[in-house]
Design a protein around this ligand. Sequence first.
Ligand code: UD1
Length: 342
Amino acid sequence: MGCCHGPGYRWWQWRSGFERVTENMKKYIVTGGAGFIGSALVRTLLQQADSEVEVIDNLLTGYEHNLEEVRDRVQLHRLDIRDGAALAPVIRGADTVFHLAAIPSVPRSIDNPVPSHEINIDGTFNVFRAAEQGGVRRVVYAASSSAYGDSETLPKVESMAPRPKSPYAVQKLVGEQYASVFHSCFGLETVALRFFNVYGPRQDPTSAYSGVLSLFMKHLLARTAPTIFGDGEQSRDFTYVEDVADLCVKASRAEGVAGKMYNAGNGGRFTLKFVWDVLQKMEGVEIAPHFGPPRSGDVRHSMADTRLAVAELGHSPRFTIEEGLTRTLAWYRTQTIKTQPA
Ligand code: UD1
């Protein structure tokens, strides 16, 4: 067993093939780490030498194959965050918990609000509670730009009053308020990041509740028409997943930011029509979209003011929309079989 006795390891620190703990390593937990954003964050964390990464995921909307090529470096706990008792021993002693587990989607929270309420609010409480009780240094929480609702002013600044328009927006807002209160009442370091329409490789296009860009990719490659809800002039601050993962890591390290909330966006906005046009050009096709009625709970325009995150977290998004779409499309092209309609 000579391989097990390298510098820094002790025989009793080998608890299983996966659980290798050394004195200098930090344990990072990513809830929702098998999801598309969570798995990107896992990859980013693994690039750091001092990282031991553990994932908590119930595989409801995440997939083990999202972690494919890093699977042997990550311990996956198949747990539901509604189960606070099961969470506690996994979270105990972590340096940072990145809490990304959630049931996403505005329309899903309208069609079926109970599971998203339970996971996004009760589950989130359980994560903060387990972190606080378990001596965790900091929790970085994935909040949502949906909290702003339809405020007329753009870009959306952290100081604006929230105006949630859907159960999902309320749930994510409650989570960030819990983050703030766990800091003020219990001394847990928390940072909430309002994610703005994240897109990129591994976003699941197989559900009616999937993010719009994953659905656009699926239709583009299958040469079928996407449905645009409304006139297609609604706009989003589409943010590439690696930029969000980088910001999560920065938020876990920045000084003097505990208890605060920041926008995690790119600082631009693009209409659905524009993005569909760009994608058609990239693929060299012309496919007219179908148009349907606007979706209930939909926000009209969304764009982040990134100044606070730039100043206090060192946010520096690297990917323009063209670069992000190019990379994303390249990934979906490798997944042709999975994205073809049945
Ligand atoms: C919202 C949040 C986002 C959050 C996400 C989680 C806002 C501004 N953004 O995204 O921060 O991460 O929920 O789910 O609230 N659409 C179509 N055709 C489709 C699918 C969607 O036209 O097939 C339209 C929607 O009506 C919407 C836009 O595309 O106008 C974006 O929808 P979606 O990708 O679901 O995200 P949001 O609801 O904007």
